[in-house]
Design a protein around this ligand. Structure first.
Ligand code: F58
Length: 797
């Protein structure tokens, strides 16, 4: 497409779709016009891919996920369609700022963190590989809350990404599916009729997901909840105006928010309803498509693979059995077999508090038939395996992990260590019964968004050096290795990183009014705030460093900028205290005349996908410091390495594999192993001993305790200090000393600029394996048994 054609397309949409002219158009209008112009190009490719999937009778993959953290879509679409040049020229011609347009798009934050972002990377990789696939999610009206700080405290505000029209979706009112809840069951022999007492409608909205070079496109289908009977005119005419709108409001509640607070009974109920709503609508849709092509349901596992992203859609098993058995008349055991061979389940956590369970009373009330079927599935599994105590339904609850396991033909972990821990801990007994079921599929990230798009300077250097094949064959980045020995090339690499750091410094100055020196170490920890991720250990190290500088301000310290980003769950008080502490520390330290040349603390609010794209390319040091055994994989860790940051980290999640690939000598390792953590935890008084043995740690804790960062309220952080001193389940104190040591190794290494840059470049060269293309190929081979369609290159046409 030429720039003239692009310009004409933009102007066309500005007038005929947006209903504005160039004189009155606002940034929003220009963004929408550009989005439609780009979308037009995508739609043809998308239709073609869809038609091919049908014509070639291909097996499809269905990715069921309550979360898709997709972020902004415009730039991604432009880059994958290779339209940057024509768009940039056209915008220039129209006198419109590219940056301003890109920044105007709201972040679609339909997810909490890693799990949701993984789903988004998978969608992009599936499209890039030409794998016929469809993502199913919920179209939350309000995605993840927006985070603001008020006196350093996190305040949550609703996110309203749908406030403006969303350029990328197509409403599909004709795809409307009834979803029932409650009511009663009438059994007829082995089968049953379910008569729900409440019915909602799931309405589809489709977003095309286009792969690299526009060679293939798939669909992300998001369900919106609608009332069965809309507005009640009779009631309204009787004067009961509010009540007339009630059904609508009730239904809307269901797809209103991502992850409702489940500390209340109503919250729990809503979450379970969301899960069933999402899953039931998706299963119906999958079967409708299947039955339009084939007339034998026994073929289902050959033609469809259903992946459930954690246990949130794990009701898929019983729901599929219910339809096959109750509605289609297939024998119960055969129905279970078909469902199992179609479904597979990904586990993302071993934290006991995060393993989902539902009370039998609630489940029995909302999903009476499913409750019966779960018992029959348990019964069948007992007979198959000769066991009697491995039920999904026990102790008054339905354990969704067990249900997911029993109803899947494959269960996967998301990094090598995590998968091994699944086998030896939570799923130990089930694994012994089904030794072939658990497989590992180490996570990955899409190199299109997480290198090509977010880091244009480094990407250009890479492409100038080895060509652009790396973009969809990221293992090609290995070809950069010889360049890392070339001083001239390393200078260019350093220049790219430095320019990224200058950009970030300017942004920090403009938005947060903090001045940072781009020559400092940019040390970044961005992720959800959680005790197991140990942001507080990083904070303690920051305090200890600050105190040391204060003791001796002229000792030639290595300057650091400590950057934090992340949201705390609104009801997770401890995590919110961590956020508050970081902000209180920033206030004190950034204005300390003795130390501020050497140390700054920066915590931009509202960490999201777009902010990650801004921060990661500018990082020198990536903080991956979770208690070993707790972080299933991590994916931020991969993004940092790929963008040429060094990692300071524990042997946890995918850190283990990152270290193997980049080389142990190029990784700042510290801390206990998962095994050591388990033994050490059992030793009473571990925290007190660790504090007694390390005066730096003791002093840092004491500084917090005595109100060093909250003079107006000295006891403010007693929750954190008490917990660390007496309990410290996550081993912050016991790992602190080694963490401090590793941080000083970082200082020493940073002193040799050229050597640091060489190692940073090696990180980029050696982490191509973490492309989500590789992950998806793994699932295709080990889990889905499916092949991609041969692709035609747009550029070659
Ligand atoms: C994350 N889980 C893991 N859960 O913590 C991380 O190690 C892994 O890399 C990532 O999945 C992808 O496999 C995660 O993000 C959630 O966000 C939950 C969603 C449901 C509500 C509670 C949080």
């Amino acid at each position: 497409m030429t720039s003239a054609e692009m310009k004409a397309a933009i102007l066309h949409h500005l007038v005929y779709t947006q209903g504005k002219d160039a004189v009155t158009a606002k940034t929003y209008d220009w963004r929408m016009a550009l989005s439609y112009a780009v979308r037009d190009k995508i739609v043809d490719r998308w239709f073609e891919a869809t038609r091919r999937a049908y014509a070639e009778k291909r097996k499809r993959v269905y990715y069921l996920s309550l979360e898709f953290l997709i972020g902004r879509l415009l730039k991604d679409a432009i880059i994958n369609m290779r339209l940057e040049e024509s768009v940039l020229d056209a915008l220039k011609d129209l006198g419109i700022e590219w940056e301003e347009i890109i920044e105007d798009e709201p972040d679609a934050a339909l997810g909490n963190g890693g799990l949701g972002r993984l789903a988004a990377c998978f969608m992009e990789s599936q499209a890039t590989l030409g794998l016929p696939a469809m993502g199913y999610g919920i179209r939350y009206e309000n995605g993840l809350f927006r985070q603001r700080f008020e006196d350093g405290r996190q305040v949550e505000e609703p996110e309203d990404w749908l406030n403006q029209a969303h350029a990328w979706e197509f409403a599909r009112p004709e795809v409307s599916i009834d979803i029932g809840f409650g009511g009663h069951v009438q059994e007829i022999g082995s089968r049953a009729n379910w008569y729900p007492s409440e019915v909602l409608i799931a309405r589809a909205h489709d977003t095309p997901v286009i792969g690299w070079k526009g060679r293939w496109g798939n669909t992300l289908r998001l369900w919106e909840a609608r009332p069965m009977h809309g507005f009640d005119l009779a009631r309204f005419n009787r004067g009961d105006h509010t009540a007339a709108a009630e059904p609508e409001a009730m239904a809307r509640t269901l797809s209103r928010v991502l992850y409702p607070d489940d500390h209340t009974e109503q919250g729990k109920e809503l979450r379970l309803k969301q899960e069933f709503f999402h899953t039931a609508a998706s299963i119906r849709d999958i079967l409708r498509r299947f039955e339009s092509e084939y007339d034998d349901l026994r073929l289902l596992p050959k033609k469809a693979a259903i992946q459930i992203n954690d246990t949130h859609p794990a009701i898929a098993g019983p729901e599929l059995v219910r339809i096959l058995h109750d509605e289609r008349g297939i024998d119960f055991e055969e129905a279970v077999g078909i469902a199992r061979n179609t479904i597979s389940y990904t586990n993302h956590t071993l934290l006991p508090e995060a393993l989902e369970t539902w009370g039998e009373a609630r489940m029995g009330r909302l999903l009476p038939r499913h409750m019966q079927l779960i018992d029959r599935i348990d019964d069948l599994h007992r007979r198959e395996t000769g066991t009697h105590d491995l039920n999904a339904h026990h102790d008054g609850k339905v354990h969704m992990g067990t249900l997911g396991f029993i109803m899947a033909h494959k269960v996967n972990g998301v990094a090598a260590l995590h998968t091994e821990l699944m086998k030896s801990t939570v799923f130990k007994d089930l694994h012994e019964l089904h030794p072939e079921k658990i497989v590992n599929e180490t996570n990955g990230v899409t190199p299109r968004r997480w290198l090509l798009s977010c880091n244009p300077r480094l990407s250009s250097l890479i492409t100038d050096s080895i060509g652009d094949n790396w973009v969809d064959h990221a293992e090609d980045l290995k070809k950069l290795e010889p360049f890392t020995e070339d001083a001239g090339w390393i200078e260019k690499f350093t220049a790219a990183k430095h320019a990224n750091k200058v950009d970030l410094s300017n942004w920090i100055a403009e938005t947060l009014e903090i001045s940072v020196d781009p020559d400092s170490i940019f040390d970044i920890q961005v992720k959800r705030i959680h005790e197991y991720k140990r942001q507080h250990m990083n904070l303690l190290e920051t305090i200890a460093y600050w105190l040391e500088i204060r003791d001796n301000p002229n000792a030639g310290w290595t300057p650091r900028v400590k950057i934090f980003g992340g949201k705390a769950f609104p009801n997770y008080i401890y995590a919110k205290e961590m956020v508050h502490l970081a902000n209180d520390m920033a206030k004190v330290m950034n204005s300390d005349p003795l130390t501020s040349r050497f140390l700054k603390v920066v915590f931009p609010p509202n960490y999201n996908v777009s902010l990650a794209e801004r921060l990661i390319p500018a990082a020198d040091l990536s903080e991956q410091i979770s208690t070993a055994g707790k972080e299933a994989s991590g994916t931020g860790n991969m993004k940092f390495s790929l963008n040429g940051a060094l990692t300071i980290g524990t042997l946890d999640g995918a850190n283990v594999e990152i270290r193997e690939l980049v080389g142990a000598e190029n990784f700042f390792l510290f801390g206990m192993t998962a095994e050591e953590v388990m033994t050490h935890r059992a030793e009473a008084g571990h925290a007190a001993r660790a504090i007694a043995a390390d005066p730096r740690l003791a002093r840092a804790l004491e500084t917090i305790r005595s109100g060093g960062f909250s003079p107006e309220e000295p006891g403010r952080y007693h929750m954190i200090t008490d917990n660390l001193t007496h309990h410290d389940y996550f081993m912050v104190c016991s790992d602190f000393t080694d963490y401090w040591r590793a941080q000083r190794d970082v200082d020493a290494a940073f002193a040799d600029k050229a050597e640091w840059a060489r190692v940073a470049a090696l990180n980029t060269a050696r982490t191509g394996w973490f492309s989500s293309d590789r992950t998806i190929r793994g699932y295709m081979r080990d889990v889905w048994d499916v092949e991609a369609a041969p692709l035609v290159d747009l550029a070659a046409e």
